[in-house]
Design a binder for this molecule. Structure first.
Ligand code: SAH
Length: 298
């Protein structure tokens, strides 16, 4: 992989997903993102509910951003391909997925072959800000829970605009932070989450909207899904076996893989507190690349 700006961060993110691939897959299956529930809906304790909820989040983002069937899609931060396989399967899209982790890309390609969509879903180890695809290569740029890892968010929106054809669709879902000043306790909670999840900082949903408009997108809108996804961190639901097996198992894992693997386990209670107190938020953003003859949005 070519070294790019921010490569220190990229190396840490790459490593994090390399060393946690099996942990995420055991717990969440092929989706490395939150689940989505109706208001008041209580998640069932078993894995089937977990998978139904993560599948649903993908469908919710497809609907919210109105991703057209059959599109050519760039999946920014594709994980092990769960969302891309839905886009390539049910929606008939052609997807190029990029991730910093070579192990994730290999696993995603394996899954695409097994699902019989390898022709339409290909995965590569590439930095989303340096993919080298020509201008206007895609009808959709899709970024599901990857933007938090990208320090240059302004650069992300500029690159998404460059890669989209006229009228193309940007679909983002991301962890975010409440808009406005945070107090000291809130800042400390956010700091711990960032540290454990290898993220440089969070932007508010409002800030994402501003950045998308400043980059030149039109029809920019966001929706706050904090209430719909927060169940993902229910202690009974996001049960993590290593914790149950006790400190010895955690210590062994840290010894084998490095202490940064522990971030996977620490995120749960911190994120729960973040959602409970309202400092952590979560939302989706949709936007359109204007056609040359359309008037700029005011
Ligand atoms: N979208 C997937 C994975 C989310 S996990 C899913 O929903 O299942 C976050 C992903 O973002 C990881 O695959 C990580 O490698 C990727 N990522 C983070 N920063 C990136 C960057 N600069 N370029 C490409 N991928 C990146």
């Amino acid at each position: 992989m070519e070294p790019t700006i921010g490569s220190g961060l990229n190396t840490a993110v790459e490593r994090y997903y390399d060393i946690t691939l099996d942990l995420y897959e055991d717990l969440w299956g092929e989706h490395v993102h939150h689940g989505f529930w109706d208001p008041g809906e209580v998640p069932g304790p078993d894995g089937a509910d977990r998978h139904a909820a993560t599948d649903r989040l993908v469908r919710e983002l497809v609907d919210y951003a109105a991703v057209p069937a059959g599109s050519r899609v760039l999946d920014v931060g594709c994980g092990i391909g769960g969302p891309a396989l839905h886009l390539a399967g049910a929606l008939g899209c052609t997807v190029e997925g990029v991730t910093l982790s070579a192990r994730q890309a290999a696993r995603a390609n394996e899954k695409a072959r097994a699902a019989g969509v390898a022709e339409r879903a290909r995965f590569h180890q590439l930095d989303a800000l340096g993919t080298g695809y020509p201008d206007e290569s895609f009808g959709v740029v899709w970024a599901l829970e990857s933007l938090m890892h990208i320090a240059d968010r302004q650069g992300f929106f500029a690159e998404a605009l460059r890669l989209l054809g006229p009228g193309g669709t940007l679909a983002v879902a991301t962890w975010s932070v409440r808009d406005g000043e945070l107090d000291e306790d809130e800042r400390e909670l956010v700091r711990q989450i960032l540290l454990h999840q290898v993220m440089p900082d969070f932007s508010s949903l409002e800030e994402h909207e501003r950045l998308a408009r400043a980059a030149g997108f039109t029809d920019v809108a966001t929706v706050d899904w904090s209430g719909a996804v927060a169940n993902s961190w229910d202690p009974g639901f996001a049960q993590i076996r290593e914790f149950e097996r006790g400190p010895a198992a955690m210590r062994d894992l840290a010894r084998e893989r490095g202490v940064d693997v522990l971030g996977f386990f620490h995120a749960g209670p911190l994120m729960k507190k973040g959602f409970d107190t309202g400092v952590i938020t979560y939302g989706a953003l949709r936007a359109t690349k204007p056609r040359p003859d359309s008037r700029p949005e005011r």
